[in-house]
Design a protein. Structure first.
Length: 395
């Protein structure tokens, strides 16, 4: 076994690692091997020299992301086994490549014991997104493993790490194909078609984590007027039309998102008289419209990514949901979400409560929503349960 550089923790700082939490913060570190560089694999030990785990070292608040709590050699076979376990989890959960659905998340970072790595599957095209330098340096290795794992049915593997790597890192990334190539991807989700823009689209090209919530939405839309705020590529809009909505309004501030929404409406329903798009800031849209909706989807981008902006984020969720309640007709249903990891479920529920108070309307919770099984959450890493949502009934 090759000797790994070592990182020694301060006395008492090993407790979270013993609880198998995969993050080690910089403040917990006492000594670092002088030869270690950003992205290197390091062995973590307690102040008494006890082995704790193996992970990638990086510069920043989260200084180590642990991917093994066993003292073993990290080889290509190690990574292959990790990927195979992740693939089998999706197969067990009945989430895999088939004729009706070929969109799913294959690797969900900490949830699959691979912190700092995302891999999404779009009709045999894979998008890899590294959130750490250590994982980024291994992407070509991972691409080879994935092609082998899927018996060479993979069409392409795309590295989309430039927007996700630490901003303060000296190592920069250029997005591009690690394997094969794809010009246009049209993939399926529950027998609905979506154009996936892996190169210029948000995240890896599609918000896979809302799959089951989109499916639930379609049950509430028959004959209803629907607003999809922060629509991005129109996922909720397509499902609303599938459910028989009489009219769907899609609102997003990005013209590219609106164009993608229009394309996805077209490939599923041809030009639809039951749909209209608005390229506008959602808050401004709420301020100027005089209409009421019977179903509303409020799915904004994360209002907070750091604890120091949490209070402002909570105020943002209160304001947004107050505006939505003001445009909800009596008996309306609202699907409202937060994807801010630092915002707890309790904080989000409190924001909804305060929005209800401000609007003067009575609301009831019908469903509590989260992410699907291909976005698993490690019991030792509760931060991985980032998606929080409620289905509200406006009395």
């Amino acid at each position: 076994m090759n000797e790994l550089p070592q990182i020694i923790l301060k006395p008492g700082k090993e407790k979270s690692v013993l609880r198998r939490h995969p993050w080690i913060f910089s403040g917990a570190i006492d000594l670092i091997d002088e030869n270690i560089a950003e992205g290197d694999i390091a062995q973590i030990r307690s102040s008494k020299g006890v082995f704790l785990g193996i992970g990638h070292y990086q510069i920043g608040s989260i200084a180590v992301r642990l991917f093994s709590f066993d003292n073993i050699e990290i080889t290509n076979d190690f990574w292959h086994k990790k990927f195979l376990i992740a693939k089998k989890l999706r197969e067990t959960a009945k989430i895999s490549n088939n004729s009706s659905s070929n969109i799913f998340r294959l690797i969900n970072a900490e949830g699959d014991g691979l912190p700092g790595l995302i891999c999404d599957f779009y009709d045999n095209n894979l998008v890899l997104q590294a959130h750490s330098i250590g994982m980024h340096r291994l992407l070509n290795v991972f691409a080879d493993i994935l092609v082998d794992l899927f018996d060479k049915t993979i069409k392409s593997v795309y590295d989309k790490s430039k927007p996700s790597l630490p901003y303060n890192s000296k190592e920069k990334s250029i997005d591009g194909f690690c394997y094969g190539s794809s010009t246009e991807i049209i993939a399926c989700e529950n027998n609905l078609k979506f154009k996936i823009d892996i190169i210029e689209g948000q995240k890896t090209g599609f918000y896979i984590d809302q799959r089951e919530n989109r499916n639930l939405l379609s049950n509430f839309c028959f004959g209803k007027k629907v607003l999809n705020a922060f629509s991005y590529s129109g996922g909720f809009s397509v499902y609303a039309l599938k459910g028989g909505a009489s009219m769907v309004h899609s609102v997003d501030s990005s013209i590219k998102a609106i164009e993608l929404t229009e394309e996805n409406i077209k490939i599923n329903f041809l030009p639809s008289k039951n749909h209209a798009s608005y390229c506008e800031d959602v808050f401004k849209f709420f301020d100027k419209i005089n209409e009421e909706y019977e179903v509303l989807i409020i799915d904004p981008p994360a209002f907070s990514k750091h604890l120091n902006s949490l209070n402002q984020a909570i105020k943002g969720y209160i304001r947004l949901n107050t505006l939505a309640l003001g445009k909800a007709s009596k008996g309306a249903v609202i699907f409202t979400f937060s994807c801010s990891q630092v915002l707890s479920l309790s904080d989000f529920r409190t924001a909804i409560y305060r929005a209800a108070q401000a609007s003067g309307k009575n609301i009831r919770i019908l469903y509590r929503l989260s992410q699907p099984a291909d976005h698993p959450v490690s019991i030792y890493h509760p931060e991985g349960e980032y998606l929080k949502g409620f289905v509200l009934l406006v009395d």
